[in-house]
Design a protein around this ligand. Sequence first.
Ligand code: NG1
Ligand code: ZN
Length: 527
Amino acid sequence: MDLGAITKYSALHAKPSGLVLQYGTAGFRTKAEHLDHVMFRMGLLAALRSKQTKSTVGVMVTASHNPEEDNGVKLVDPLGEMLAPSWEEHATCLANAEEQDMQRVLIDISEKEAVNLQQDAFVVVGRDTRPSSEKLSQSVMDGVTVLGGQFHDYGLLTTPQLHYMVYCRNTGGRYGKATLEGYYQKLSKAFVELIKQASCSGDEYRSLKVDCANGIGALKLREMEHYFSQGLSVQLFNDGSKGKLNHLCGADFVKSHQKPPQGMEIKSNERCCSFDGDADRIVYYYHDADGHFHLIDGDKIATLISSFLKELLMEIGENLNIGVVQTAYANGSSTRYLEEVMKVPVYCTKTGVKHLHHKAQEFDIGVYFEANGHGTALFSTAVEMKIKQSEQLEEKKRKAAKMLENIIDLFNQAAGDAISDMLVIEAILALKGLTVQQWDALYTDLPNRQLKVQVADRRVISTTNAERQAVTPPGLQEAINDLVKKYKLSRAFVRPSGTEDVVRVYAEADSQESADHLAHEVSLAVF
Ligand code: NG1
Ligand code: ZN
């Protein structure tokens, strides 16, 4: 380590003294003007992680669905996954070290993690469309360079595209080519193959309206659309040409306000979807003939996908298991439908995709989605082996195996991906001949409400049982239990957010009025 160079460059990315940030559910996130030192230091940390794992590591500069003025950064581990927990702690320590202590913290981390500093480092960097992102990503690259590492700057990318690039680079090209062209071709080829097998690919399956949250999704979908246009034509809204990023649009807005985005004209029964600001989340929706808005969230997406995959497995006749992973925010109706009607085992993990992702890896096919539309499906090597052996199967089974092979190629197994999920959903709807209303009618969501509560210190709330029960402060869980008893089909929980300085309250019940009341009462109990 060239300590002199580190000190010199760090001073150019000096930390405002006293600023404390935490590597949360989705890395660091705050106002962009407070992040320059964090970016430089995450460049240093990514280089160390790359040296330790002898692999390519990714750094993504984005604040997803947060307002345009914010920014953020997260590291992507060698298999395209979220950073390992011990390194998240290192990230927090390094970001918060005052200027004079920074070197010592860096050395401590490399000693604790037994990093061979002579090892080469390679880091790939991507960024979203925020005005602050270009300069901040430059600071990441400065950090990598100071530690003697090399980098490749992909420039503008969706978050899941960066995860894909990291995964490809560390799997010797088996997963795909680590270029945008490689990504577009892999997904589009699989999509077009699948669509060819759809017997009912009439006009209603041919077009889709997409709200791009005025973010990176618009740029990347524009680049990609001609690759899959034989199968689907997309009409883009909120493409960044006029509006502000995530302002009154995008998946997070649509899900949390349960209403359509601005800037999109919706005719009755038209299929529409929204991406979030970095295109790793997707939700669908439509207006019925009476003008009522219907939201199809991550839970219903997981239901569509897992039922399709389960049917394929049954057709192939293989004894492979499939599981669905959700969080406490999953609508109670979805869990009931999956378990009781579809007979698929459902597991609940803590919020944050890394938890869902790890659980999903335990199955031959693991489908995971957060209710907000962040998710994907993972396939074990056992599934890939079965497909390879399918040449010997009878024709019907072979066809199902081929379909499964294409679906696997269409998923981004490195991370939840709005573009990839959109194509998966469109393919399944066309193959099954399902309209958006029929999909929506699989089950009826229980009315629910999410609230945010501002408290002096959100860390006083701790939880257990996949965040469904509060452990501290004493008496809170008992108070929630008493409130829940007052309503039918009700459930409620509280947890501190990992991305905002708030406590989140969730409630569901048999009517919207009850859900609203219950959420309100629980939020009063939090004070
Ligand atoms: P927090 O702020 O920890 O609730 C939010 C989302 C997560 C996840 C992360 C990262 C909800 C209730 N929470 O986490 O699901 O997506 O942001 O973006 O939607
Ligand atoms: Zn996002």
